[in-house]
Design a protein around this ligand. Structure first.
Ligand code: NZQ
Ligand code: ZN
Length: 394
């Protein structure tokens, strides 16, 4: 087990009607002028936004609402939102939505705290984030785990790049999590969320660092639980038990706990972000497309690790390590395809098969022109990324 430091300070308010505590929590964290960020309209349609606005008014909190965040959120939108929040003199940012809204809110929070810095400086890694504004979250989809994570992901359309900024200042003060708020989700979004939650744990689980059995057991139980309730949720999106289990696992899967004592790999995330940047692919689907090809490309480096997945998560306990490893890859891929109805290769994706020049472009973007290696299980250069994209291109 490697040494680690772990702090996950986000206060969680979980359960039915949890959102009734929004104003109380904002006040507790010192907010008085609240800049509300939301997405393309689901929270308007459901009435959630209006309920929160009424609550803030009754609590004597000033607010301004900023809607229109799109999935795979854009830097350009966040920049405009920063200007609006500064003009409003916001001292608290409230995200009402999913990962895209929360990540935009994190960008706004950093931008408001440092008005002289263009926020892309943070995402491009030119400057560290040193100051922010408090953020609260009312979560409407279990998926990205941004409600407790230290990451925020933006897409810079001008240069075709989607990437994350990582800092402890990205952790929200509080996350309000009422599973009933997810009952209006389309099936496709439930599926993408379940896939993302599995992948946040799986991309920490496949590692060459041995000797951390407690972290392994947490990870295995989380993946089994999400896979089980994912099937229930796909059949019945108003199943409180299923939506609660998925929502809670969503936060735990990406708050750091399931990977303590080992480095994160996140190869499928990095490879998938390039698909989202180029084709606007939904994040969860980008992962189910890239993971099978990545796994086939690298499993021989450490078949025992994939065999452990086969054994503990899929109950495959006979065969050699190689056979079990291949079974784990096959069973995970089948779960994505058959239980979640998600694409597992380019040919099944909306964007379809790609020519060699596009695959080369994706590999180039992923490795910043072959100047950076991706991931930790096997650090991947451009040639390896290209080989994986080729493997997924069927
Ligand atoms: O925009 P609205 O109208 O709200 O609709 C959204 C959107 O179309 C809809 N939706 C959300 N809650 C709903 C709902 N529709 C009906 N009823 C509800 N209750 O779902 C769609 C997807 O929303 P989005 O916020 O994009 O989903 P998700 O939470 O999956 O977030 C994805 C983004 O988070 C990033 C991804 O890359 C992607 O950009 N990630 C962020 C991470 C982080 N900050 O830690 C980690 C992840 O690995 C991920 O990269
Ligand atoms: Zn993810």
């Amino acid at each position: 087990m490697l040494s680690f430091e772990y702090r996950c300070p986000t206060e969680i308010i979980f359960g039915k009607a949890a959102e009734d505590k929004t104003a109380e929590k904002i006040k507790a964290y010192g907010g008085s002028r609240v800049f509300i960020v939301y997405g393309g309209g689901s929270v308007v349609k459901s009435g959630l936004l209006a309920r929160i606005q009424n609550q803030l008014t009754e609590a004597g909190l000033a607010y301004e609402a900023c809607g229109g965040v799109q999935p795979n959120p854009l830097l350009s939108f966040a920049r405009e939102a920063v200007k609006q929040a500064i003009a409003f003199k916001a001292d608290f940012i409230l995200a009402v939505g999913g990962g895209s809204v929360i990540d935009t809110s994190k960008a706004v929070a950093h931008g408001v705290a440092t008005p002289d810095t263009d926020i892309w400086e943070y995402w491009s890694g030119k400057k560290p984030i040193t100051k922010s504004t408090p953020i609260g979250v009312v979560l409407t989809i279990a998926a990205a785990g941004s409600e407790t994570s230290n990451s925020a992901v933006l897409t810079n359309k001008e240069i075709g790049k989607k990437c994350g900024a990582h800092t402890e200042l990205n952790r929200p003060c509080f996350a309000i999590m009422n599973p009933e708020l997810t009952y209006t989700l389309p099936k496709y979004q439930i599926a993408c969320g379940v896939a993302d939650i599995i992948m946040h744990t799986l991309e920490r689980y496949i590692t060459n660092v041995e000797g951390n059995s407690f972290t392994d057991r947490i990870a295995e139980e989380l993946m089994k639980n999400v896979m089980k309730y994912g099937i229930v949720a796909m059949a019945d999106r108003k199943n409180y038990e299923a939506m609660s289990e998925i929502m809670w696992c969503g936060s735990i899967s990406h708050n750091g706990l399931t990977g303590l004592g080992r480095p994160m790999d996140f190869a499928a995330h990095k490879l998938g972000h390039e698909l989202s940047a180029k084709f606007n692919t939904t994040h969860g689907a980008s992962l189910t497309i890239m993971w099978p090809a990545w796994a086939k490309h690298v499993y021989e480096d450490n078949p025992a690790r994939f065999a452990l997945l086969a054994d503990k998560v899929f109950g495959v306990n006979s065969g050699t390590a190689e056979e079990k490893a291949r079974a784990a890859i096959r069973l995970m891929t089948e779960y994505f395809k058959e239980k979640l109805s998600l694409p597992v290769c380019f040919g099944e994706a909306e964007f379809g098969l790609q020519d060699d020049a596009t695959l080369e472009y994706l590999a180039d973007m992923c490795t910043s022109g072959d100047t950076k290696k991706v991931a930790t299980f096997r650090p991947l250069d451009k040639a390896e990324c290209l080989a994986i994209y080729k493997l997924a291109n069927h």
